[in-house]
Design a protein around this ligand. Structure first.
Ligand code: SF4
Length: 479
């Protein structure tokens, strides 16, 4: 990519030691978001100013994703945009960070001379060394990541002030045939219980009301530390804390690893919200075997029934892949039947992406893209119908909700989530706002609301469900 020789005047190139202004573009999953927060935290600790608007920045960090083909395309597009941003004014720097750098750093460095530095996954807590020095460093990370951050590493949190993602472990020890993540995120490394607790305590002090615990495979938490039933231990430890966010949600349970102890710990914990996030990926036994995943539809239905019995009324989410190599019409129909029967509240459906370095890459990617898309849309429709039925069954219930603010796409309604809806991936509760000048129905506990005004973002409230859409609940504030 060539640069415009007649550049408009931009911010002057900072002298070494001058205060740099850094903006971040965050792509990919919550785990990547945490990495972005650590990069910004380290840069701020070393004197950089963090700004939201790239137009105000002299350094733009693009935190990339490399999970599947679409994510890679989006990341490359963002890097090209950043290169164009760099070329539009003098003194600008572009930094590539994240999974794409760890996975394809060499190619990126060779093909994008505009990149001033490439920050690998193990460099998020020392990102200043590559980014703030001049010239920046274009060394490329090699192999899979091995590092792990701690609660003491500085952080600039992204997203709303009342909600946070807490990464309890890095990497993954599973061998799902379709997944390349362990190749670059590395093997599982769990944070000690005390370190996770220290982060949660700090978040509570900052006013965070909702902490979402994330990892690649949360049920594997602690095995590398020699803990037996590590996630159950962590859940109990969090519940015993005297200072922690009031809502703690556990994500990414791996089927076949959900112990009785974990189910009991989740059921008995007052801080852990009733939420089951169980990515199953498929339900046909033959496809599951080829995917190198445990279980079968009967086992999954039993596991779901156990979890629902332990966590009555829980929000239940899963995700599935359609179009895996060799997936027949009958196998896809078996998956559809399972999703209809299991009745999830929320489902992510993804078309299979043929990833180099995975076991599945050895098979022929023989389901045509149009058929993958057709299957994806059909399964999503079935999942939405099942979710609608579950939402309708909640009409009349009064639920705790976390208010997020005016619903941009639904004028006059407030967006909120109940405990069974995670940020970004699940549906919402849409709450009627009071007519102008009229107080909302019921007084709410401070903080967050002045008399006669709708509750502020981050307020916990009670709302009665009055109607349901496939993905959203309609509600009124309750006393
Ligand atoms: S559990 Fe499977 S899909 Fe998830 S990160 Fe690990 S290998 Fe990938």
């Amino acid at each position: 990519m060539s640069r415009d020789p007649a550049l408009p005047p931009g911010p002057p190139a900072p002298l070494p030691g001058a205060r740099r202004r850094v903006a971040l573009v965050s792509l990919g999953c919550p785990k990547n978001q945490v990495d972005g927060e650590l990069i910004l935290g380290r840069l701020q600790a070393e004197g950089a100013e963090i700004v939201d608007d790239p137009a105000q920045a002299d350094t733009l960090v693009v935190n990339t994703c490399a999970f599947i083909d679409r994510a890679r395309e989006e990341s490359v597009g963002a890097l090209l945009d950043a290169a164009a941003w760099k070329g539009a004014a003098r003194g600008r720097h572009v930094i590539a960070a994240g999974c794409l750098v760890q996975r394809h750093g060499g190619e990126l460095a060779a093909e994008m001379p505009e990149l001033d530095a490439l920050v690998g996954l193990d460099e998020v807590t020392t990102a200043d060394r590559k980014i703030l020095g001049l010239p920046a460093l274009r060394a490329v990370p090699a192999g899979a990541a091995t590092g792990l951050f701690t609660a003491a590493d500085p952080r600039v949190r992204l997203g709303p002030a009342y909600s946070a993602f807490v990464k309890i472990a890095e990497g993954c020890d599973q061998n799902c045939a379709f997944c390349a993540i362990p190749n670059f995120r590395g093997r599982q490394r769990s944070r000690p219980v005390a370190d996770v607790a220290a982060e949660l305590r700090q978040l509570a002090r900052e006013g965070v009301v909702e902490a979402n615990l994330v990892a690649q495979d949360s049920t594997g938490y602690g095995r590398d530390l020699g803990l037996r039933d590590g996630l159950a231990n962590l859940v109990r430890a969090i519940d015993a804390m005297d200072e922690a966010p009031p809502w703690v949600r556990v994500h990414y349970l791996y089927p076949g690893r959900i112990s009785r102890g974990l189910v009991e710990a989740l059921a008995g914990a007052r801080r852990i919200v009733p939420y089951v996030d169980l990515p199953l990926q498929h339900a046909d036994p033959v496809v599951l075997k080829k995917m190198n995943r445990p279980g079968n539809p009967d086992v999954y239905l039993r596991q779901l029934a156990d979890l629902r019995a332990a966590l009555p009324g829980a929000g239940v989410r899963s995700s599935f892949i359609v179009g895996f190599p060799g997936e027949t019409d009958a196998q896809f129909e078996a998956l559809c039947a399972f999703v209809g029967e299991a009745g999830f509240d929320s489902v992510g459906v993804f078309a299979y992406s043929h990833e180099e370095g995975t076991t599945a890459f050895g098979h022929e990617d023989d389901v045509p893209p149009e058929l993958k898309e057709e299957r994806r849309a059909a399964l999503e429709e079935i999942a939405h119908a099942a979710a609608h039925a579950r939402n309708l069954a909640r009409v009349g219930l009064t639920l705790d909700v976390l208010v997020e603010g005016p619903a941009e796409d639904r004028p006059g309604l407030l967006a909120a989530r109940w405990k069974g809806q995670a940020p970004e991936v699940d549906g919402r509760v849409l709450i009627e706002r009071a007519p102008a000048g009229e107080a909302v129905a019921a007084p709410l506990p401070a903080p967050g609301r002045a008399p006669g005004l709708a509750p502020a973002p981050g307020t916990l409230a009670r709302a009665t469900i009055v109607d349901a859409e496939p993905l959203e609940l309609l509600a009124r504030l309750a006393g």
